[in-house]
Write a protein that binds this ligand. Structure first.
Ligand code: SF4
Length: 281
């Protein structure tokens, strides 16, 4: 394995997740990447950011993991698709970083949110970090699209106080067009979380012309309401803050001409969720 105590040249903390970060783990040998994934002793992180108020209750520290197999058209962090774009960080380093914020997080009734990328690409590292957070008395949240939910055992789920579950589209074909992937595994994970009575906040990105079809929104709302464990729904208006990353990475950004939804459209989507008894913001 690479030296675990190497101090990364690029700081772990970033001003925002919109900072483009590439190739920071490119020198880690393939065998070390495999060992890291198998043990969870090392992870690949885009960054830590502080002060988030939209990624779970209170004020949060967010650990942004690298690695995702989906290709959402609106992804604002395409630099996190490739795991080795992230900074190689030992679990000890990541835990030490989190420890710096523990008093503030408790005072502000916040916690740690692990987001990405898709955190479950590195589920062993993520679980170790969430468990360390719990041991410090810090609330834990996992922001995931759920596709790899079956990597988590029922016992693992107990280490996660809250799952922020991304439901992106209902119709399977629409979902595939939007993300490149099937949504059945996400639904399966959602049902499992419901059966285990784990708290969930649903996150739904409203994209004009793609996910704003009233039938689509109504179907997602019905599904979420039937689960019985969804505490709230965050309707997230599409934005283009990550567009510069697509350009710099030489990727074609198909949503170039799509504007953010109107306030009224967001209100209508929220109402669709409220009409089935859910809290929506
Ligand atoms: S699941 Fe998240 S990180 Fe992965 S492509 Fe979609 S928006 Fe990007």
């Amino acid at each position: 394995m690479a030296d675990r105590n190497v101090i990364p040249v690029t700081p772990l903390e970033a001003a925002s997740p919109y900072e483009l970060r590439v190739n920071l783990g490119k020198d880690v040998p393939e065998t070390d990447v495999r060992t890291a994934l198998a043990t969870g002793d090392m992870g690949f992180l885009h960054s830590f950011t502080t002060g988030a108020t939209v990624d779970g209750p209170g004020v949060r520290v967010v650990a942004w993991t690298a690695g995702c197999m989906w290709r959402c058209l609106y992804c604002h962090n395409p630099d996190t698709w490739t795991m080795t774009n992230g900074i190689p960080v030992s679990i000890e380093q990541a835990t030490a970083e989190l420890r710096k914020y523990r008093h503030g997080l408790k005072m502000m009734a916040g916690g740690l949110t692990v987001s990405g990328g898709e955190p479950l690409m590195q589920h062993r590292f993520v679980l170790k970090l969430l468990t360390a957070s719990r041991k410090m008395g810090i609330h834990t949240a996992l922001d995931t699209q759920g596709y790899l939910g079956d990597r988590l055992t029922d016992r693992d789920l107990e280490a996660i106080d809250l799952v922020l579950l991304d439901l992106k589209a209902w119709d399977p074909e629409r979902h595939r067009r939007l993300t490149g992937m099937d949504n059945a595994p996400t639904h399966e994970f959602a049902r499992r979380l419901a059966a285990r009575r784990r708290p969930v906040w649903v996150r739904f990105v409203l994209v004009p012309g793609i996910s704003d079809d009233p039938q689509e929104v109504a179907s997602i709302a019905r599904f979420a309401a039937d689960l019985g464990n969804v505490e709230r729904v965050d309707v997230l208006p599409f934005h283009q803050l990550g567009r510069h990353k697509w350009h710099k990475l030489g990727l074609e950004y198909e949503l170039e001409n799509v504007r953010p939804p109107s306030i009224e459209a967001v209100a209508r989507a929220c109402e669709a969720f409220r009409s089935v008894g859910l809290k929506a913001h």
